[in-house]
Design a protein around this ligand. Structure first.
Ligand code: FES
Ligand SMILES: [Fe+2]
Length: 425
């Protein structure tokens, strides 16, 4: 692993503190709920989010390794914009709207590799090259049926692709602000947080050890707000995250995004909450065993998080007003005895897990059996349970959000970002 900064420079950064604890906190103006209940329950609000938010922001797509070879592609829904991100035959990343220029059919589905470097529409076989051009490819029966067609006018609509570290992002608008500008100060919020930290977390130095997609019967903003809610951490997760010193939690907005850190309790010197129970995971080289936990929430719907053992993405995918998927991908130092990721048979998965693969996973370990989520000692199951119960409560005629605590300021900040895109009316 290479050091990204000198140790002395890192220690100076800890002293100057990447986050401040209280500068954002004003007791005279406590955080408040800004969104109405309908924002979490109505399909009309969800439709506005698809058009006005997700189709107008940078969206997380996946990891660079997902499109490593020429012809590799991933389709992604950015609200009502259907896009495809691909690597062309020269190795360059490109992004297009996944819409045929003839009658609008979706060109590609899911992810995979485009054979022979040509995207051929299934419907009438208009064919594009991986630069999105129609003119150098083909239109069937062109001479007979389209004698005047100017193929140069009917290339695929471009979108904008960019990477940060080995994370892949896409924006439906080719003229959008750069990803660098969108991320604002976040790259400066990655720590370090410990005086004995020799390196920053670097996802490019780690390998993926698990990839699990959960189904949550709750609006994507409830899932988001649960993730960034600092108040529930010592309460709902009193055992499962029992090592954390939540009284010392720090949080700070950064552009439209936000960043969080909490250390371990003073008497705990090695994080046990995230350590693998069955196969002890190695502490990442250069990261202290008492690192604690940090995250950066990239608006609108993706968290990056770090522990002494792991670097993870937590991607909340909005499916409908009342349904979300959460895809969690965890990177770590590669387990010594594991040669290849283990894909778990979907038939053996509990109903809230859509798909799972990982080095150390087995269906048995994911099976919660008759244990209630609140007794599972599993952070994810506890959170899914909480999100689904809040979603149910929001349907009640008497529902309204009560006062928010200091540790729920992240929710208020997140909601204010939503309202910039989807204003109340
Ligand atoms: S819709 Fe694609 S070729 Fe007709
Ligand atoms: Fe939680």
């Amino acid at each position: 692993m290479r050091a990204s900064k000198g140790a002395a420079q890192l220690h100076e950064m800890v002293r100057s503190s990447a986050y401040t604890i209280d500068e954002w906190w004003n007791p005279a103006k406590p955080p408040r709920q800004r969104l109405p209940a309908s924002a979490y329950t109505s399909e009309e609000w969800f439709r506005r989010e698809r058009e006005e938010l997700f189709a107008k922001t940078w969206n997380f797509v996946g990891m660079l390794e997902d499109v490593s070879d020429p012809g590799d592609y991933i389709t992604v829904e950015c609200g009502n914009a259907a896009l495809v991100v691909l690597r062309d035959m020269t190795g360059r990343l490109r992004a297009f709207h996944n819409v045929c220029r003839h009658r609008g059919a979706r060109l590609l589905e899911g992810s995979g590799n485009i054979q022979r470097g040509l995207i051929s529409c299934f419907y009438h076989k208009w064919t594009y090259n991986l630069k999105g051009e129609l003119q150098l490819a083909s239109v069937p029966y062109q001479q007979e049926l389209f004698p005047c067609l100017d193929k140069s006018l009917y290339g695929l609509h471009h979108a904008k692709v960019a990477t940060w570290k080995n994370l892949l992002f896409v924006h439906p608008d080719p003229g959008a602000m750069s990803l660098e500008e969108w991320l604002a100060e976040i790259p400066g919020k990655l720590g370090p947080f410990k005086p004995n930290q020799e390196r920053l977390h670097d996802p490019e130095e780690l390998v993926e050890i698990s990839d699990i997609t959960y189904r949550v019967r709750a609006n994507w903003k409830i899932v988001t707000e649960n993730f960034i809610d600092g108040y529930h951490l010592p309460l709902l997760h009193s055992v499962s995250l029992g090592d954390g010193d939540f009284m010392q939690q720090r949080w700070q907005p950064s552009g439209r995004h936000q960043a969080f850190y909490r250390p371990l309790k003073p008497d705990i010197h090695k994080d046990r909450s995230y350590a693998d129970r069955d196969e002890p995971m190695p502490v990442i080289e250069g990261i202290p065993a008492d690192y604690g936990f940090s995250y950066q929430w990239l608006f609108p719907n993706i968290a990056l998080s770090q522990t002494a053992y792991t670097w993870s993405t937590f991607h909340v995918i909005a499916v409908s007003a009342g349904m979300s998927l959460v895809r969690t991908r965890v990177r770590a130092t590669k387990p010594a005895n594991s040669a290849k990721m283990n894909v778990v048979d979907p038939e053996k998965l509990p109903s809230h897990i859509v798909s799972a693969k990982g080095f150390n996973l087995s269906a048995d370990r994911l099976e919660i059996g008759p244990v209630h989520a609140l007794e599972s000692n599993n952070v994810m199951l506890e959170d899914i349970y909480a999100c689904e119960k809040v979603q149910e409560g929001m349907a009640s005629s008497v529902f309204s959000v009560g006062p928010l605590s200091k540790w729920e300021a992240p929710l208020s900040f997140f909601q204010s970002q939503i309202l910039d895109f989807v204003p109340l009316r």
